[in-house]
Design a protein around this ligand. Structure first.
Ligand SMILES: NC(=O)c1ccc[n+]([C@@H]2O[C@H](COP(=O)([O-])OP(=O)(O)OC[C@H]3O[C@@H](n4cnc5c(N)ncnc54)[C@H](O)[C@@H]3O)[C@@H](O)[C@H]2O)c1
Length: 251
């Protein structure tokens, strides 16, 4: 445990596994009280809670579907009541779909954009409503993707949703300056259930490994970026994109 985020209240959406789980853990180890949002598996979130508490961290799970505005509003109201003003929000919940573009349906579009964009919109709105005008530099971090810059065959809807999310960062950073610091983390391929090398074709894996570092990243390498952008050393960084991607994108 360290103390750099002592006294801070953080929310990580979609934290029952993968990158969200690692972010929740990293923020708690840095001293923040962490709200672990989940909507899928109670067993998984209970494991995260147990792990963080066993390390001496403070956390509480809150169930909400980020694509549901009422759920999101209730989650923020609950945090206000139980813990108080939110300081750090990580828009991490996301879904992906790999499909040839011409086979993509309206339902696919809705599935991807509901969570990745509507969810970021609802969470961002509740967060920024609470963060605006404050003098203690609250943080909002969107988890984008390198595909938000690059696009990718068979991933057009996912890539477009991430581009939209990454653009929200820029508008929010401008509109809420100088009070709220808003940034994107745009990971390259990270080994999680969303991108599981064991379930990938050789061709897809080769595509993912095609970065200067020649490997997949880890969830902890993304969580380290979240921790940095949430901390006392990142007070002059806003509207930026940090890319744990092995050098795949050099903007
Ligand atoms: N894994 C990668 O290679 C990679 C690369 C770039 C960006 N990302 C992004 O990182 C984020 C986390 O991805 P991951 O790899 O950990 O995937 P994952 O599938 O392991 O985790 C996604 C999480 O989001 C949650 N979630 C999904 N829909 C939700 C909803 N409507 N409400 C609340 N929670 C919801 C899931 O329950 C899960 O906890 C996503 O936004 C993803 O797009 C992942």
């Amino acid at each position: 445990m360290t103390q750099e985020l002592n006294g801070k209240i953080a929310l990580v959406t979609g934290s029952c596994r993968g990158i969200g789980r690692a972010c929740g853990k990293a923020l708690a180890i840095a001293g923040a009280q962490v709200v672990l949002n989940w909507n899928e598996s109670e067993d998984d979130i209970n494991n995260v809670v147990t792990e963080i508490r066993s390390l001496g961290g403070k956390c509480m799970p809150v169930r909400a579907d980020v694509s549901n505005e009422i759920d999101v509003r209730q989650m923020f109201n609950y945090i206000d009541e139980v813990w108080g003003a939110i300081d750090i929000v990580v828009n991490n919940a996301g879904v992906a779909l790999s499909k040839p573009f011409l086979d993509s349906t309206e339902e696919d579009f809705q599935y991807i954009f509901d969570t990745n964009v509507r969810g970021a919109f609802f969470v961002g709105k509740e967060a920024l409503r609470r963060m605006q005008g404050r003098s203690d530099l609250p943080r909002l971090i969107n988890i984008g993707s390198e595909l938000g810059y690059l696009g990718r065959p068979n991933n057009a809807l996912y890539a477009a949703s991430k581009a939209a999310m990454m653009n929200l960062t820029k508008s929010w950073a401008t509109e809420f300056a100088p009070y709220v610091l808003v940034n994107t983390i745009a990971p390259g391929p990270i080994s999680t259930r969303m991108l599981d090398p064991k379930r990938m074709s050789e061709e897809s894996l080769e595509l993912e490994l095609n970065n200067p570092m020649g490997r997949l990243g880890t969830v902890d390498e993304v969580a380290g970026c979240v921790r940095f952008l949430s901390g006392p050393e990142a007070t002059f960084i806003t509207g930026q994109t940090l890319g744990p991607n092995g050098g795949a994108v050099m903007p």
